[in-house]
Design a protein around this ligand. Structure first.
Ligand SMILES: [Ca+2]
Ligand SMILES: [Ca+2]
Ligand SMILES: [Ca+2]
Ligand SMILES: [Ca+2]
Length: 217
């Protein structure tokens, strides 16, 4: 019994150590980028997904690199809010239009950070360092494979964050004008698969230190 207990403690220690670097790394992922078709080109914005509980979002921020002009740095910094693993966060320009078009209440007004129109790249910052990216900050997206004018781009499940190197293979696209043709996302020519990203690392409680601990209580 005693031997079993010490083996268990060693196993728990190993699991705990394995989770340590994870806690220090970026736990937010950019999972969607969109440029809506309503008046004024609204709504525009990004969807983010939390890979773990985040006690203080203010270590994260967003910036849009517009028209291939290179980084704009952090144009939006999250307030000191908390979020839970598996949550989606919507940072948008046109909060009312976002609600009308997608039927979801936006979390934050992104200001200039989310003033994008299909040819712009998006940087996610963690402690001031780029931790995830959509698009090439030095290339105008018009005519590029990631062009999503009046449309959307969506991340493949179980991918990301990608650091500061855009990985086109991790994304799917509506094509130009994909969000046109209707009155909202559901009736658009190519509805955005909003809120559909999943990541296996957050799907099982048993994979966390607390989850494993609870098994032996
Ligand atoms: Ca537009
Ligand atoms: Ca910008
Ligand atoms: Ca632009
Ligand atoms: Ca159009």
């Amino acid at each position: 019994m005693k031997l079993l207990k010490s083996k268990l403690l060693i196993a728990l220690a190993v699991v705990f150590m394995l989770t340590l670097p994870l806690a220090a790394s970026a736990q937010l992922v950019i999972t969607g980028v969109f440029d809506g078709p309503m008046t004024g080109g609204l709504p525009k914005g990004v969807e983010l997904f939390a890979l773990s509980d985040i006690a203080d979002l203010s270590v994260y921020g967003l910036g849009s690199a517009n028209n291939g002009g290179g980084t704009d740095g952090e144009e939006f910094t999250f307030p000191a809010d908390a979020t839970t693993a598996g949550s989606f966060i919507y940072v948008v320009t046109g909060t009312a239009e976002f609600n009308t078009f997608f039927g979801i209440v936006a979390d934050y007004d992104g200001g200039s950070a989310t003033n994008i129109n299909g040819d712009d790249a998006m940087e996610l910052f963690h402690n001031g360092v780029v931790s995830d990216i959509f698009g090439d900050i030095n290339t105008d997206g018009t005519g590029e494979p990631w062009d999503h004018l009046d449309g959307w781009a969506y991340r493949a499940s179980n991918t990301g964050p990608d650091g500061d190197v855009f990985d086109l293979a991790n994304w799917t696209f509506s094509g130009v004008n994909g969000l046109e043709g209707g009155t909202d996302n559901a009736t658009a020519d190519s509805p955005m698969p909003i809120g559909s990203y999943t990541n296996d690392t957050v799907s099982s409680d048993a994979m966390t230190f607390d989850g494993i601990k609870s098994l032996y209580r």
